[in-house]
Structures are given as C-alpha cells and as structure tokens.
Ligand binder design. Structure first.
Ligand SMILES: [Zn+2]
Length: 169
C-alpha cells in the first residue's frame, strides 16, 4: 500500500503554482484523509516575497540576480512559509477534519531532491510538528529544470532522506 495517494489534479495544481512563481520557489501544503490528498493550500514563500506584497511587485532586477547565481547558491535559497497563511491552512484542516500530509516546494533550477538547507529545515521542524499537533509530513519537490517537471516525494527523518511511496491517480 502506498504511503500517500495524490490525485492527478492536485499534482497539476502544484506544477502550475511552481510555474507561476519561477524563478522563485513556491511552497504549500497538502491535506486529506486516509492517506488520500484532497486539499491543496498555497502558502506564501516569504523568502521569495522579500517584503513584497504579491507576485506583481517582483522586480526584474531581483529576478535577474537569481538567474545569475550558481546552482549551489540557488539551492541554498530555501523557502520560508508565511506563518499567517500557515495558521489559516491549519485552522481549515482542523475544521474539515483533514490530516496534514505533505509540505511541497519547487526547485526552479535544481533537481527534485532536498537541498542541504531543506534537510536542515525539515530536521528542525521534526520537533515542532508534534508540538503544534500535526503529523510529520512528507516533502514533495517539483523541479522545473527539465522541460517536463519532475516530481518526487520524500520522508526526512533525523536528517535522513528516503523516498516516499506515492501513487498518482
Ligand atoms: Zn528546496
């Protein structure tokens, strides 16, 4: 049995979100019941926003700067979830009786595997999930570095990354 079932429509929504925010990383959450994802919550990436209010105020100089960075430098630019969006999503999950299942984010220029920074942040969060009454989520990465987006899902536990068994249907 798969760890998680993700409907094709939700996967397409994640890829659309990634394409909208590139060259910045998008991030969000998936939630559902009985191991089937049914809800997607887009969360603002405050690293991508850099104080800006919305996507329309991304300035081209900053975008050009991101394009100039080496893959290693870019990989270190992580995502940081906006806490307001996060608590709104958390409240909605509780009201609808949904379980948090996945934290997703995009890698516009890098492969669909967690960066060193991603692993570090996921490891820091491992202690936080139980404190806020949420289960340990799987981490879904979408890479836009190839013409066909590459999507992979992992568990990150105690600094170790292992592939999650996900069925797309
Ligand atoms: Zn990452």
């Amino acid at each position: 049995m798969a760890d998680l079932i993700i409907p094709r429509q939700i996967l397409d929504d994640i890829i659309a979100h990634a394409n909208e925010l590139t060259p910045y990383e998008c991030c969000g959450l998936l939630a559902g019941t009985n191991g089937v994802a049914s809800h997607l919550y887009r969360i603002k990436n405050i690293v991508a926003m850099e104080g800006a209010q919305n996507l329309s105020s991304f300035d081209s100089a900053k975008v050009a700067h991101l394009e100039r960075l080496s893959p290693t430098e870019r990989a270190e630019i992580a995502f940081v979830m906006d806490m307001q969006d996060f608590s709104t999503a958390k409240k909605d999950m509780r009201n609808q009786g949904l379980d948090l299942q996945v934290v997703y984010h995009s890698h516009p220029h890098d492969p669909a595997r967690p960066s060193i920074t991603d692993i570090k942040i996921a490891t820091d969060y491992e202690e936080i999930w139980p404190k806020i009454n949420l289960p340990l989520p799987a981490y879904l990465l979408v890479s836009l570095m190839t013409p066909e987006p590459d999507v992979r899902t992992y568990w990150i536990k105690s600094g170790r990354v292992t592939p999650a068994d996900v069925l797309i249907r």
